[in-house]
Write a protein that binds this ligand. Structure first.
Ligand code: HEC
Ligand code: HEC
Ligand code: HEC
Ligand code: HEC
Ligand code: HEC
Ligand code: HEC
Ligand code: HEC
Length: 366
């Protein structure tokens, strides 16, 4: 009798163990499980200080984020919450463990470790940002298609006012509009010149989608379409041809340029003392920033296709226009001057306010 009971118990236990095993493997927590509660816009909790903290995660925005698109799940980040117990009010442990972005982004993490922000945090300054104070966490986006201004607005300008500092820098507004913060503040990474097509009539940058639709090409054969000499780079003439074709399609575009940091994990090593201060680093003909020039075409998901441009394209236009227009040139303003002057040419017909780094190419239309 006793044995029988024991046997039953043993069988039961084995069964339970197996069941538990099944539960553990088959019933992995899905995003939908989490969103059953956290997908409700009114889902919130009251904090001890009486304030209400929203616990809502917008399912559509999450799905459209870089992580949603790449199938990173709730529990990939909230790894400590991978089991739910529905017998409890709160089916998982709280507080949840802090999320470590660096578990997946180790290169960004190690560059970040050597940043001013990490060192301020180590000293206990909690307002200095970690990854998601800059990037957001549930709705993280790609940034490569963004302009210098858009990047600074979204990130650095949330906490710093660059106009109040950098007393040594003339033309601050102009610099911050066209030189990304990280170009100077992540000097090890280095920068490049990003050229974009700017729709003058609409007053906005031309989206890649629209550009390719008008040209009836796709991202893969866009550059080849114009690469008449087959060198894999846009030359001055080829850029000019592109602008001309757009004109024929009633889009009045000019090429605008800016200095952006190379899109690389090392850009996270933001420094102060070693930040670029030397004017010649940019305002000289052999500036390293001028070595890489790309035509940037945005993609819908926020990434960008980058097509190499022969950096001589800048200076060859320069040679033909620059001396004629600006006889009193200042040597260290040479290259930049070129671009500015070109901007001047592009807008000579009344758009005098738009300037810098605008490569006209219009004169070639005539
Ligand atoms: C890319 C990593 C990542 C993913 C994926 C992620 N989270 Fe989060 N989540 C975070 C971070 C980081 C925080 C903020 C922690 C902090 O402020 O200390 C957070 C906070 C939260 C909070 C607290 C409320 C808030 O918004 O601050 C809830 C609730 C939450 N996440 C639920 C979810 C759910 C549900 C999913 C899946 C739909 C999800 N998370 C996916 C990183 C992530
Ligand atoms: C049955 C409802 C329910 C489900 C399902 C649920 N949660 Fe929660 N969650 C809560 C409640 C309630 C709180 C608030 C607890 C509190 O503030 O005491 C909470 C809080 C959180 C927090 C904030 C915790 C903190 O540190 O303050 C995170 C992060 C979170 N949930 C993530 C998740 C993830 C990820 C999933 C899926 C694996 C999930 N939740 C599934 C009810 C739920
Ligand atoms: C579970 C792994 C994982 C975690 C944890 C994670 N990510 Fe990601 N992240 C990815 C994947 C996968 C991609 C998409 C592939 C890519 O672009 O590298 C991505 C892409 C990104 C991008 C876009 C990169 C680009 O090329 O534009 C950013 C920004 C980003 N993550 C920030 C964060 C932040 C901030 C956190 C912490 C809140 C975080 N990630 C946590 C896996 C993760
Ligand atoms: C969430 C707020 C926040 C964001 C976003 C942010 N910072 Fe900071 N930053 C701080 C705080 C806080 C400090 C610590 C010094 C202080 O209190 O001013 C700091 C310090 C610095 C310092 C060093 C200042 C010193 O006194 O040594 C530099 C340089 C800097 N940040 C540049 C940047 C750049 C560039 C960006 C954008 C890529 C950026 N920060 C984004 C909050 C922020
Ligand atoms: C042309 C290069 C350059 C650009 C562009 C630039 N910075 Fe700086 N920044 C510096 C240098 C060099 C310093 C070193 C401190 C000094 O002497 O002013 C500095 C100092 C700082 C400091 C610390 C100021 C302090 O009081 O100690 C912050 C914060 C900062 N920059 C933020 C930014 C932000 C935000 C942007 C983008 C809007 C930006 N910087 C763009 C070169 C630059
Ligand atoms: C001070 C703000 C700030 C912090 C903190 C920060 N980022 Fe970034 N991150 C940026 C900016 C700005 C860019 C885009 C390039 C640019 O304009 O400087 C970027 C680009 C990226 C990219 C795409 C480029 C690449 O390949 O790395 C990823 C991925 C990324 N960040 C992840 C992270 C992770 C993970 C952390 C934490 C370890 C982090 N970021 C911390 C501001 C920040
Ligand atoms: C990281 C690169 C970089 C550094 C460093 C830099 N500049 Fe500039 N600078 C630019 C760019 C790009 C422009 C073009 C802005 C425009 O004209 O629209 C510019 C524009 C200018 C202009 C405006 C020219 C005009 O005619 O409108 C002056 C003046 C200038 N810089 C002086 C300086 C001085 C002086 C320093 C050193 C203290 C310096 N810059 C450091 C990139 C840089």
């Amino acid at each position: 009798m006793r044995w029988g009971l024991l046997k039953i118990l043993v069988v039961l236990c084995l069964g339970l163990a197996l069941c538990a095993f099944e539960v553990g493997t088959v019933w992995a927590v899905s995003n939908e499980d989490c969103l059953e509660c956290h997908g409700d816009p009114d889902f919130s909790t009251e904090l001890p200080n009486g304030k209400v903290r929203s616990l809502y995660v917008n399912p559509d925005r999450f799905k459209a984020s870089v992580h949603g698109v790449n199938e990173v799940s709730c529990t990939d980040c909230h790894a400590d919450l991978s089991e739910l117990d529905y017998d409890k009010d709160v089916p998982h442990k709280v507080p949840a463990a802090p999320v470590s972005c660096g578990d997946c982004h180790d290169e960004e993490q190690s560059a970040y470790e050597s940043s001013v922000h990490a060192s301020f945090r180590k000293q206990g300054k909690k307002t200095a940002p970690y990854c998601f104070n800059c990037h957001d966490y549930h709705y993280t986006k790609h940034l490569e298609a963004l302009t210098v201004e858009e990047r600074a607005d979204k990130f650095c300008l949330k906490c710093h006012d660059p106009m109040k500092i950098h007393a040594w820098l003339p033309e601050k507004k102009l610099h911050f509009k066209h030189v990304g913060c990280s170009v100077c503040h992540a000097p090890e990474t280095g920068g490049e010149v990003a050229l974009r097509l700017y729709d003058v009539a609409k007053g906005e940058f031309l989206s890649g989608e629209k550009l390719l639709k008008v040209l009836k090409v796709d991202y893969d054969n866009f550059a080849k379409h114009f690469d008449k000499d087959g060198d894999g780079k846009f030359s001055a003439d080829e850029l000019s041809q592109l602008v001309k074709v757009l004109r024929k399609n009633k889009i009045h575009a000019v090429v605008r340029g800016e200095f952006v940091v190379k899109y690389d994990p090392s850009l996270h090593a933001i420094v102060k003392d070693k930040a670029v201060k030397d004017c010649d680093a940019c305002h000289s003909a052999n500036s390293s920033f001028m070595q890489k020039v790309y035509l940037v075409v945005s993609k819908k998901d926020g990434t960008a296709a980058k097509y190499p441009v022969d950096n001589k394209a800048l200076s060859s236009i320069y040679v033909s226009d620059f001396y004629a227009i600006n006889a009193n040139r200042v040597p260290w303003l040479d290259i930049i001057g070129v671009l500015i002057v070109l901007g001047g040419v592009a807008f000579a017909g009344g758009h005098g306010t738009l300037r810098l780094l605008t490569i006209p190419l219009r004169r070639k239309d005539k």
